[in-house]
Design a protein around this ligand. Structure first.
Ligand SMILES: *[C@@H]1O[C@H](CO)[C@@H](O)[C@H](O)[C@H]1NC(C)=O
Ligand SMILES: *[C@@H]1O[C@H](CO)[C@@H](O)[C@H](O)[C@H]1NC(C)=O
Ligand SMILES: *[C@@H]1O[C@H](CO)[C@@H](O)[C@H](O)[C@H]1NC(C)=O
Length: 352
């Protein structure tokens, strides 16, 4: 078992099984956290809120899965925004969930939604595989006969409600400041419910030579890529909201759609934001933008990855290089393969 401190000091013995990647670039490699003592590890993880630290200490096996889920969310965010000026990186406070965007923009909305969904997904999957104590398969979907459809619940149905509840308890616990961002973040975290909507039914036939005299079915999680696409659509349709301060103390109480004479609350399934996005052209610590200098762009694309858009009119540098690879490979009897060497001059463009 190995525990790397942020500076890479070796704290324990090596056993590389699970890597919990932390946003600071340090990582913990853990086989059994329990053996090392939850206290040590939970105190070493940067950016945990007090209640999260308490959950970490009482459920040390879950913290690894949480870290993997959050990382899966960040990876998916980078995939979904690979062609955008904003590519899911931020200058900001480092937490287990990556770097926090300071502006309450629709990009911030997406990062909250995708990491909350990532944690729910990872926890549900770990439960189904028996990797976590306190959870397993969905007990309500075991052994019962589904009269209407003519099949029986069997196998292991993923307990997605447990995963969503767990994500709610852990991820939402970081919202400790009583401000408008808290309401926005909590609202966007609930987008993890798309997992529940997208559960799949898988079935298996039993009987002589696949005759399907009896059939058993179970539910499985959607692929996380599908979740990423759905949340990206919600990002495109995100709704601007404003905070309503009710009560004597004028504390932020709920969100309503920001429109003249609108008193509507956003729908639970919407992603919401309270501030307009910066253009992400230049590095700016105030907004958390890393800028697009040095980003690859496509000279001929009319889209967001085109050099004009990506580089915000600053122009681009051209890098020429020769690509070399093996080509026209032929199999000769017997037994070798002969290839030619092909080469091509190519160019890539990066923003100034
Ligand atoms: C469950 O644990 C096994 C063995 O450690 C691992 O290979 C697998 O990826 C884990 N599954 C999940 C969903 O965490
Ligand atoms: C995103 O853009 C920044 C700034 O140009 C760059 O440093 C970073 O490597 C990019 N990240 C990804 C995942 O492409
Ligand atoms: C650049 O964009 C054009 C037009 O969208 C596309 O056909 C081409 O494959 C892209 N080039 C690269 C290197 O992605």
């Amino acid at each position: 078992m190995l525990l790397l401190s942020p500076r890479g000091a070796l704290l324990s013995v090596y056993c590389p099984q699970i890597f919990l990647i932390l946003s600071s670039g340090s990582y913990l490699a853990l086989s059994s956290v329990v053996a090392l003592g939850a206290n040590i590890i939970c105190n070493k993880i940067p950016g945990l809120a007090p209640r999260q630290r308490a959950i970490c200490q009482s459920r040390p096996d879950a913290i690894i899965v949480i870290g993997e889920g959050a990382q899966m969310g960040i990876n998916e965010c980078q995939y979904q925004f690979r062609f955008g000026r904003w590519n899911c990186s931020a200058l900001g406070e480092k937490t287990v969930f990556g770097q926090e965007l300071r502006v309450g923009s629709r990009e911030a909305a997406f990062t909250y939604a995708i990491t909350a969904a990532g944690v729910a997904h990872a926890v549900t999957a770990a439960c189904s595989q028996g990797n976590l104590s306190n959870c397993g398969c969905d007990r309500e979907k075991q052994g019962y006969y589904n009269q209407a459809e003519g099949w029986k619940w069997g196998g292991c149905s993923a307990d997605v409600r447990y995963g969503i509840d767990f994500s709610r308890r852990f991820v939402d616990a970081r919202e400790i400041k009583k401000n408008a961002r808290r309401l926005m973040n909590l609202h966007n975290n609930e987008a993890r419910k798309v997992l529940e909507e997208r559960m799949k039914l898988e079935c298996k036939c039993h009987g002589v030579s696949g005759s399907c005299t009896t059939k058993t079915c179970w539910t499985t999680l959607p692929k996380f890529r599908e979740v990423g696409h759905m949340l990206k659509e919600k990002y495109n349709a995100a709704v601007q909201v404003e905070v309503v301060r009710a009560s004597r103390l004028r504390q932020p109480t709920f969100l309503r759609i920001k429109q003249l004479r609108s008193y509507q609350k956003p729908m639970e399934t919407d992603l919401v934001y309270i501030e307009k996005s910066p253009n992400y052209c230049e590095e700016d610590a105030a907004t958390g933008s890393v800028g697009t200098q040095g980003r690859l762009c496509n000279r001929t694309s009319p889209g967001a990855d085109g050099c004009d858009t990506m580089c915000c009119g600053r122009g681009y540098n051209t890098h020429q290089y020769t690509k070399v690879w093996q080509c026209n490979c032929k199999f000769h009897w017997c037994c070798f393969v002969k290839c030619n060497t092909c080469s091509e001059r190519t160019e890539v463009f990066t923003c100034k």
